[in-house]
Write a protein that binds this ligand. Sequence first.
Ligand code: 5AD
Ligand code: SF4
Length: 434
Amino acid sequence: MSKKLYIETLGCAMNVRDSEHIIAELNRDEEYVLSDDPSQADLIIINTCSVREKPVSKLFSEIGVFNKKKKEGARIGVCGCSASHLGGEIFKRAPEVDFVLGARNVSKITQAIKTPKYLSVDIDYDESSYAFAEFRNSVYKAFVNISIGCDKKCTYCIVPNTRGDEISIPAELIIKEARRAAQNGAKEIFLLGQNVNNYGKRFSQENHSKMDFSDLLREVSEIPEVQRIRFTSPHPLHMDDKFLQEFASNPKICKSMHMPLQSGSTRLLEKMKRGYTKEWFLDRALKLREMVPDASISTDIIVGFPGESDEDFEDTLDVMKRVRFEQIFSFKYSPRPLTKAAEFTNQVDPAIASQRLTLLQDEQEKILDEISKKHTDKVYEVYFEEKRSNGLIAGRSDNNALVQVQGDESCLGKIKSVKITNPKRLSLYGDILD
Ligand code: 5AD
Ligand code: SF4
């Protein structure tokens, strides 16, 4: 009889893909099937994030909850970024944990579940470890890793310590995986990496064909079954003209761009080691607006970075008002172990950081109210992927807006033209035209 696996995934798209890899391996080699009930599971895995403090402190209380809920003999494993940075410390703080696998070690999952107190958190790389069995959460879209790790040393960020140096996966393997997924019905290919547009700088071996991210986008778009390409995350520093041109002119590339700003102040960007200035960011974003007027631009912003003054924060608001992002992910700075900024002595009073976060979010709501009105009567190509609990069929427009319509399940997996009749801040409502 097959065994049951419960897996909880926190954090970014990388982690979502790593969980898919874990599920695939355990299904193929150990006959595990997914369950959504931890109390029924034979194996409970938490795939963790460590980018901010909150999810890390939550981890230990969650382990306690799962330990109470789990059935007799069930095992608990901790994987992902917090596993990488806490390592064997996890066994000390939570003796009920059976194994710890770092973000770069998930290919060892079958070994981990069989070995008492298994610990693997080395930052090694081996291409064979990327030849996982197949499992995807969605039949309609496929996440494909194009690089792992990160070479940037942004002073606030723990990721280079948890996911290691940046290594590009050979283009041949990426194309093969994208082709196979598209032939199995995934019209949309989602390319993943910590800095996707830095692709091609370093491979693990020399004998691969070398190409940059723009060339890779072109190659993926030449797969006939691929209809849409998305990617995350690009870095503003590497948004050269060639990349913007490919983005603008390739019809298969969805017109939504994530441009993580972090701060609008050149002074703070330098302290963060982001490698660009306020002017460079504005130049790239406004050029993109000019080249692709319908594109949506999203961003990440950190408030309360050490030393952030009122003027620095004003610069961030200024960039927001000029770019008018369609979506902002905003965070209060959280000091992380192993990072340079955690040692800066000019930490910002958390109450001031909270005030700034509220101000920024209020400002964004105003912008969104104005932006959303502009969608009325627009026609978007929507790829339908989900029937929602409200009975509507939902999908994403090319420029990444969530669109919901009346429709039946035959729409799922299809791209249809939709006229927007009722735009709201977080979702657009409309009617299918054909
Ligand atoms: N504190 C707050 N936010 C952070 N991020 C990364 N590190 C930190 C930190 N120490 C944010 C950045 C990044 C997003 C994934 O998380 O905005 O782009
Ligand atoms: Fe993803 Fe970074 Fe969180 Fe790791 S720490 S899961 S790479 S967001």
